[in-house]
Design a protein around this ligand. Structure first.
Ligand SMILES: Nc1nc2c(c(=O)[nH]1)N[C@H]1C(S)=C(S)[C@@H](COP(=O)(O)OP(=O)(O)OC[C@H]3O[C@@H](n4cnc5c(=O)[nH]c(N)nc54)[C@H](O)[C@@H]3O)O[C@H]1N2
Ligand SMILES: Nc1nc2c(c(=O)[nH]1)N[C@H]1C(S)=C(S)[C@@H](COP(=O)(O)OP(=O)(O)OC[C@H]3O[C@@H](n4cnc5c(=O)[nH]c(N)nc54)[C@H](O)[C@@H]3O)O[C@H]1N2
Ligand code: SF4
Ligand SMILES: [Mo]
Length: 699
């Protein structure tokens, strides 16, 4: 039997696991020594090996033939075809006619190489990734407030010693179950329109109307100040901009906030008492507060609250955002985002361009500028007037993008769609060329978890069939486009060495992190700069901001924010709020977890949670099919009666494909700063659906 220490392939908690292979069977068990999960795993983690040899696993390249079907092809044939068509499209329409779409599940090395591939081998500005749908609002607000964006600027294990934790729009009991171990001690305050398993575990549950968190955060700040809870000494010494922020919050007296949010004044008071009365406290945000057309301002309002109470940058207290995807943290640092270069540098900054260009061996002036954000890129494809070819690595936007029907049309209108994946996702099914790649247990690399700790992914198994790593695929295309083979290495470790140099001196500095140190079990959180010759290695930075924030003056900045409505609110035709999110058994677009029998059995199809009174009024019955419609279209889901839900709100998970896609109804209104789509609120109508119609809703 062989065994290796690695990490779960799914979420940003990156639970430590031991993976073994014996007599043809691969099994996983939790690594009790890893502090983040402390011996815990969720259902998805336990069943992850099932996807390694799933019946639908892609093991050969597929090319769409003259008959319109995808058929197996050799690697040379597939890569020659891709490179040839890319050359032609570039020659006819320019470099920006080719786009790249990445993912927060890619290892650091893949994310780094993808950004370099786009800027150097393709010369295109048109690259972005699914983290735009995930982390972007918290990243924008965190960077503005603290001068640096690291999801949690402290180790998750610190949470256990807190007296109170406020969770705004996060449901870790289903999205990161082992995290709940660290939340067992503190008193929890949960803000969520639904009474989730996390809310059940809380001392206090505030249940606002979807899309009103900004008003609620302003109201909590108002109460903190008027009740004399502001930490004046901290405000003076460590922050700037309080007065302007307070002028806005002063107008959000509690009764006004109650009218807008539906949260009773008494509950707001209790929340402030709990949080301000705690010697050690944290404010954490999740996608519920962030995925809005005002997500950045909403996170900023929660940061304002945390600053007023003197939490960030104090040992045992703080603000953090719960990063979502496996490498959601590292994925936003190495340059697959439209406006960024490795080391969390900005593409528009001449010094950053010069540094990275020197590592890449290219002329800084040859690097393209910032491109379109994820939704804008997808919406511009083909018939949208933007790129005519797209390469997708690590995302399934046909299911997960807002206004998914229209995005699927855009994907179908491309001259060339290339998808690298290990399963035939709904996006791969639309592709002209599908390239089969390795997954977690078959590859080496590094990932950065939600606390900024760099981890090693280790290989136990050989790739199945002809599957190759993403790094191999990028190498194969780059060389065919005339690049020097040495510029696109295929060994993850070689890429990591280059990434270290490219990140040196940047905000996310990895230059002092080596595979040896990681393999020796050191807990290394970035920034971790390379130590001068002869000096002891840098220990990494588990806790940021204890002495100063990352702005030049060392002060945190309050944001002057004002509440505004969601882009769409209910009216006579669409009288209910709809919100979307996750269930325990499935991961994201479900491309992976819908193929795992135990997970598919636990959550077989789409459903819509609705209050029994609302359902009765609409003639909807538990377990029966319903059609949920917005101005963008309809989705089919099974009715689930939930007495604890608000009567004006319904909830749908977004993990299902076809006619059951929640994203057939979601709004593509974007946050003006982060360009995050408003996944968490739109206006809908719900009605009983014909049984025949519902048959098409099954994944
Ligand atoms: N099981 C599972 N776990 C996952 C994932 C998965 O797909 N499945 N994905 C991973 C990823 S990428 C991410 S980003 C994280 C996400 O982790 P979470 O942020 O915990 O997940 P969500 O379910 O998207 O949203 C959290 C909660 O926000 C609530 N909500 C909806 N609208 C609002 C609102 O207007 N205000 C407030 N305050 N709350 C609202 C929803 O009811 C939901 O319970 O999970 C990670 N872990
Ligand atoms: N309505 C609604 N929509 C949402 C959300 C919501 O809350 N509500 N949440 C949004 C959020 S937070 C996120 S993060 C997105 C996620 O949505 P997607 O970007 O669609 O994420 P996944 O379903 O994880 O898709 C990843 C795909 O890449 C493949 N893959 C995994 N690892 C690798 C790899 O290393 N290499 C390659 N080549 N392929 C790989 C998987 O098999 C899968 O097909 O969805 C967003 N969409
Ligand atoms: S919590 Fe996340 S990392 Fe841990 S086992 Fe579940 S999916 Fe995997
Ligand atoms: Mo996410």
């Amino acid at each position: 039997m062989s065994e290796t220490a690695t990490h779960c392939p799914y979420c940003a908690l990156q639970c430590g696991t031991r993976l073994s292979h014996d007599a043809g069977r691969t099994a996983v068990r939790p690594d009790a020594a890893f502090p983040v999960n402390q011996g815990g795993l969720c259902q998805k983690g336990w069943t992850a090996p099932a996807l390694l040899d799933t019946p639908g696993r892609l093991t050969r390249p597929l090319v769409r033939g003259a008959d319109g079907r995808l058929a197996p092809a050799g690697w040379d044939e597939a890569l020659d075809l891709v490179a040839g068509r890319l050359e032609r499209i570039r020659a006819e329409h320019g470099a920006d006619a080719v786009g790249v779409f990445g993912g927060g599940g890619l290892t650091n090395e893949k994310a780094y190489q993808l950004g370099k591939f786009a800027r150097v081998a393709l010369g295109t500005s048109q690259i972005d990734y699914n983290g735009r749908f995930c982390m972007s609002s918290a990243a924008a607000a965190g960077s503005a407030a603290f001068g640096l964006d690291r999801g949690l600027p402290f180790p998750v294990t610190d949470l256990a010693a807190a007296d109170a934790v406020l969770l705004a729009g996060a449901n870790p009991a289903e999205t990161m179950p082992p995290l709940m171990r660290h939340l067992a001690g503190p008193r929890l305050i949960v803000i969520d329109p639904r009474r989730t398993p996390t809310a059940e575990a809380a001392a206090l549950h505030l249940q606002p109307t979807p899309g009103t968190d900004l008003a609620l955060a302003l109201g909590l700040l108002h109460l903190a100040v008027t009740e004399g809870r502001a930490d004046r000494d901290y405000l003076d010494k460590r922050t700037t901009g309080f007065d302007a922020a307070w002028r806005r919050a002063a107008a959000w007296w509690p009764e006004r906030v109650e009218r807008v949010t539906g949260v009773p004044v008494a509950e707001m008071r209790e929340a402030v008492d709990l949080l301000a009365g705690a010697a050690r406290a944290y404010v954490l945000t999740g996608r519920g507060a962030e995925q809005h057309s005002k997500g950045t301002d909403t996170v900023a309002a929660f940061i304002n609250l945390a600053l007023t109470l003197g939490l960030p940058g104090r040992e045992g207290s703080g603000y953090g955002c719960l990063t979502g995807q496996g490498n959601g943290q590292g994925g936003r640092e190495h340059g697959q985002k439209a406006d960024q270069l490795p080391g969390y540098r900005m593409l528009a900054d001449p010094a950053a361009r010069a540094h990275v260009a020197s590592v890449w061996g290219v002329d800084p002036d040859a690097l393209p500028g910032p491109g379109r954000s994820a939704y804008e890129l997808l919406d511009s494809l083909g018939s949208g007037g933007g790129p005519r070819a797209l390469l997708v690595f690590g995302s399934n936007p046909a299911v997960s993008a807002p206004r998914a029907a229209s995005i699927a049309d855009r994907l179908a209108s491309l001259d060339l769609l290339v998808v690298a994946d290990f399963v035939p996702s709904e996006t791969a099914e639309l592709a002209d060329v599908v390239l089969p790649v390795t997954q977690w247990a078959e590859e080496e690399g590094t990932m950065t978890n939600l606390e900024g700790r760099v981890l090693r992914r280790r290989r136990l198994l050989p790739p199945p069939g002809e599957a190759r790593s993403d790094l191999d695929v990028l190498h194969g295309i780059a060389v065919r486009l005339g690049q020097d083979p040495a510029r696109f290495p295929t060994e993850p470790r070689t890429v990591f060495e280059e990434l270290r140099r490219a990140s040196a001196g940047g905000r996310a500095d990895y230059s002092g992190i080596s595979w040896e140190r990681l393999d020796a079990g050191e807990a290394l959180h970035w920034p971790c700069p390379e130590a001068p010759a002869g000096a002891a290695p840098h220990p990494g930075t588990p806790r940021l901001f204890l002495d100063a924030f990352a702005h030049p003056d060392g002060l945190a900045r309050f944001a002057e924010v004002e509440h505004r409505d969601a882009a769409e609110t209910p009216d006579a035709a669409y009288p209910l709020y709809a919100t979307t999110g996750r269930v325990l058994a499935h991961y994201q677009s479900g491309a992976q977890t819908r193929r795992v029998p135990e997970l598919a059995a636990a959550a077989p199809g789409s459903f819509v949670e609705i209050h029994p009174d609302t359902a009765a009024r609409l003639g909807l019955r538990d377990g029966r099919p319903a059609r949920v419609s917005s101005t963008r279209g309809s989705t089919l889901a099974t009715v689930r009666l939930v007495p604890s839900l608000r009567t004006d709100t319904v909830f749908l998970p977004f993990h299902f494909a076809g006619a059951g896609r929640a994203n057939l109804i979601t709004s593509a209104a974007l946050d003006p700063r982060s360009r995050m789509p408003e996944f968490k609120v739109c206006a809908v109508r719900v009605e009983p659906a014909e049984a025949a119609e519902a048959a098409g809703a099954r994944p």
